[in-house]
Design a protein around this ligand. Sequence first.
Ligand code: F6R
Length: 607
Amino acid sequence: MCGIIGITSNKPVSSAIINSLKKLEYRGYDSAGIATLSDGFINEVKSEGRVENLEKNTNIKNMIGHVGIGHVRWATHGIPNTINAHPHSSESVSVVHNGIIENSTTLKKYLVSKGHKFKSQTDTEVIVHLITELQKEKNDFKNSILKMLNQLEGSFALAIIFNDQPDLIVGARRGSPLAVGYGPNENYLGSDSYSLKSMTNKISYLNDGEFCIVKRNQIEFFDVNGIKLNKKILKLSSNEQNYDKGDYKHFMAKEIDEQPITIQNCIREYIDNINNDINFYNFPWKMNDISSVILIGCGTAYHSCLVAKHWIEELTSLDVSIDIASEFRYRKNRFKKDNLYIFVSQSGETADTYAALDLCNKNNMKTASIVNVIESSIARDSNFVLPIHCGPEIGVASTKAFLGQMLVLYILILKISYLKKDINKNLYIEKIKSLKELPKLVEKTILTENKIQSISGTFTEAKGSMFLGRGLSYSIALEGALKLKELSYIHAEGYPAGEMKHGPLALIEDGMPVVVLAPRDDYYKKTISNMQEVIARGAKVLLITNKSKEEVVSENIWEKIEVENTSYDLMPFLLTIPLQKLAYYSALKKGYDIDKPRNLAKSVTVE
Ligand code: F6R
């Protein structure tokens, strides 16, 4: 993970670097640091924790350099402290790094034998010493960069400044994302376009293996062999207001409440209201050329794949499998030409998901991605992109992107099902009509908030909790458990309700909170029986079902929440809402940092 920034300008750059680092905090917030260059000297300031700690450091105001680099860290090698914080510098060079140098131990041994002394426990510091060592060889500048890059194994995005190059930053990318920005009398490097957006809307992206030399009035790009490249300059759309918390205390709360609007926007993008049809412009393949779909993602994005698997089985004749990206990328996969691989990722930068995509591309497979960030690496490198149109998601825990991912998957599946004649026109139109009702139903469901707020108290006092469901609701149970554990650090397990008797029932003890998802579908009666089994063993059950005239036939339910009514297919959207709120209020009660939970980051660019 980690976020990097670099600015070369005709004025001091430290405060602009700090501002950009604040925008990159979603990538890591263990420590932060900055280095600038003035009069041939590299000055470095670093702090543990948030960028605001760095900003308060009194040494920052003495940084008057016109060239500088900055970093926010998500620790991989070495504990999160000031020494391990980036930048890492020698007298002649300073480096910020996002990624992992896999051969750092070997390189360190070699450099130590050459007399280099290491200060930190990081893998990154080898880059500093390697450059310093190569400088002794008096190579031409570009060639020494190439030589250094060729010796590094692993993944990286780098920004490097040199004491004898007063107007210059070197950027390099292998595996981790890196954008270059063009400004008036200044130019930039950043882990993403978002961090550069307040300074420029003109961006280019480095591809894997490329590097660049960024000067105040010139940017040069090179490929892996040092051959000069021409780069397209992209113009970004600006919607800065979306990055604001407004009246909300946390981005997460805002992002939950925004969901009726974000799914409405997404529906508007894909659904032709007049003809009740779904439009996917430029879908690049013929339906007959696809017989199998493989859905790949991580974390919450993986849960959306799990939901989609059910939909594909229910609505189409396609074969379907799903995979966690970090597993897929290292397995022996059967690549077949009628497979369609769909990669789901909010950030579009998740290292494992990107690696899985890259593997499929290298095997000439059909690749599509469902992303939120359309300028991301995953979007750029897949054959076909379906954006979820939900606007920037800042809270580390994914909420509105999850609904967006499920929505785009559902719309895609519906269209495929219709085109393959797996459903007839009437059913297709009926399902599109139900879909158009969804924003209103999500909005109504969000209003169950007050009850959840008081219920969350029991979860915060518990040692652990379980989330149970069957069918589509099992996928949502997994998502509910993930949200609770990542935000409130309460142990939570999602389980298929029918599996409890095969082991996990032993965990149930008196007073343990258990969430049971039992909408009135074909699984309802079975799930209610499983619920009775946990109640009989002392569980405090929060039942989440949908509104119905029929009372739930069960005794001793601790609490019940009834979401709105919709079709079986669309129920996951509504069941998710109370679970998002439960996680939010539990973390709020515990006083935790809701938008930045410990040990996590929004964009996971390491494997
Ligand atoms: C959990 C969460 C993570 C992400 C996962 C994948 O709330 O946000 O599990 O879903 O890290 O991230 P993306 O979707 O950016 O690939």
